[in-house]
Design a protein around this ligand. Structure first.
Ligand SMILES: [Zn+2]
Length: 73
C-alpha cells in the first residue's frame, strides 16, 4: 500500500468535476452518507479544482473505523 502524507499530489476521478483531476492530500473532517457524525482530521485526497474530497486512502480507513466504533476484524 502506498503511504501518503500531507501535500502529496495524486490524481483521482472527481465526482463534482466529472473528470480526472489532480489532487492534493490534506487533513479534513469527512462526513459520510449516514446518520453518524463526521470523522475529524483524516488524510484524504482533495480535488485541486473544486476543493472537494475525492478519495480516501487505505491508510485512513483504520482511523475512520476507530472513530465510528467499528471493529476491524
Ligand atoms: Zn473537482
Amino acid at each position: 500500500m502506498t503511504i501518503f502524507k500531507i501535500g502529496d499530489a495524486s490524481q483521482a476521478i472527481c465526482d463534482s468535476c466529472m473528470k480526472i483531476t489532480t489532487t492534493t492530500f490534506s487533513y479534513r473532517d469527512v462526513s459520510f452518507n449516514d446518520e453518524l457524525a463526521a470523522v475529524k482530521d483524516i488524510l484524504v485526497a482533495v480535488c485541486d479544482i473544486c476543493n472537494e474530497v475525492v478519495s480516501i486512502p487505505q491508510q485512513s480507513v483504520p482511523a475512520i473505523s476507530a472513530a465510528r466504533g467499528i471493529k476491524i476484524s
